[in-house]
Design a protein around this ligand. Structure first.
Ligand code: FAD
Length: 304
């Protein structure tokens, strides 16, 4: 087992595991109700924050804001807002950040974002931020105390010409004022360990928290992984082989059991290597996230 670079992944001052949760904005009232249920269900595990993803464009942006407001009303979990620079001028992007701040958000996940559907390469808006580092610098200049997270890629961002360039970009995001990085998901913990080592060698000094993908539907996650060029190991494909499209109760139960096993194995191995903060991609479902919280932290205090 490769152990992790201590400075980047662990919190020497506090050995207790910490989780954060990521959700995507609800599409309708039923989705909002499901998300507030998720937040209430997971609140007893004291997540450090719950972050809400962001899509460029008016309706998607408004859904992020509505979701943030609903989550803030539902529990005391601090809410983080994702923000991208796609398709907007600097002024427009900062205005969205202001709206998040006005809704009580003190934590922004600052991202470049992906090109809109149908376009293969990211092209900055003529008056927009060119990348995440520029957005981080503007947010930091405007709000010295806001918490800022950025993205990191254990398997290198697909647009990056090299691992070195990707790490230099991550370093630039920290130098611009980021407090921490959250990673793209990965299923092979050795990839993360190697990445931390290389980040440290490249002069990255801020904390990097692993993003752990929970698997409500393996076959959807596999397609998603392909799109963001995250590798899916053969051993994982073999575990779910033959379950595609099977809707009978036993197959669904087996799928759920496998998904829980994969998540639990991954976080226990990361914890054994020194990881203390786990960023969970919940896919808006509470059960796997709760199983991981219980594995890492035990059940809620005071309950037997
Ligand atoms: P950047 O850090 O700006 O960099 C992207 C790539 O471009 C890197 O390879 C970098 O090396 C290269 N690059 C940057 N600047 C330059 C330069 N000046 N010259 C040459 N190359 C450069 N997407 C959404 O749309 N909404 C979300 O809510 C969202 N949440 C996410 C959360 C997490 C934790 C992660 C890991 C990703 C998320 N994404 C989200 C996806 C993200 O927007 C994409 O991966 C996007 O393609 C890159 O964003 P970034 O912030 O990493 O970009």
């Amino acid at each position: 087992m490769t152990s992790l670079s201590k400075t980047l992944a662990s919190r020497p001052d506090d050995a207790r595991p910490v989780v954060s949760l990521e959700v995507f904005p609800a599409k309708d009232d039923a989705g909002l109700a499901a998300l507030t249920d998720l937040a209430r269900r997971l609140a007893p595990f004291r997540p450090e924050f719950i972050s809400v993803t962001y899509g460029a464009g008016g309706s998607s942006r408004d859904r992020t804001l509505a979701t943030i407001e609903a989550l803030r009303r539902a529990t005391a979990i601090p809410v983080a807002a994702h923000l991208t620079v796609v398709g907007a001028s600097r002024e427009e992007t900062m205005r969205v950040a202001e709206r998040f701040r006005a809704a009580g958000v003190n934590h922004i996940v600052a991202l470049r974002g992906d090109p809109p559907d149908g376009e293969s390469r990211f092209r900055p808006h003529a008056e927009g931020f060119a990348n995440a580092a520029e957005l981080v610098a503007a947010l930091r200049a405007r709000w010295p105390d806001v918490r800022i997270s950025v993205a990191a890629y254990p398997e290198t961002h697909p647009d990056s010409p090299s691992r070195e360039a990707d790490l230099a970009n991550l370093k630039a995001k920290f130098e611009a004022g980021a407090d921490e990085a959250l990673t793209q998901f990965f299923f092979d913990n050795d990839l993360f360990a190697d990445f931390l080592e290389q980040a440290q060698a490249a002069g990255v000094t801020g904390p990097i928290h692993p993003g752990v993908m929970l698997i409500p539907n393996f076959f959807q996650v596999r397609n998603f992984a392909e799109r963001c060029q995250a590798s899916v190991p053969e051993w994982l494909k073999r575990r779910f082989a033959g379950l595609k499209g099977k809707k009978d109760r036993d197959s669904l139960t087996v799928h759920r059991m496998l998904a829980a096993a994969v998540a639990v194995e991954q976080v226990l191995d990361l914890a054994a290597r020194g990881v203390r903060h786990f960023h969970l991609y919940t896919m808006n479902r509470p059960h796997l996230a709760e199983a991981v919280c219980r594995t890492l932290k035990g059940g809620p205090h005071g309950e037997s």
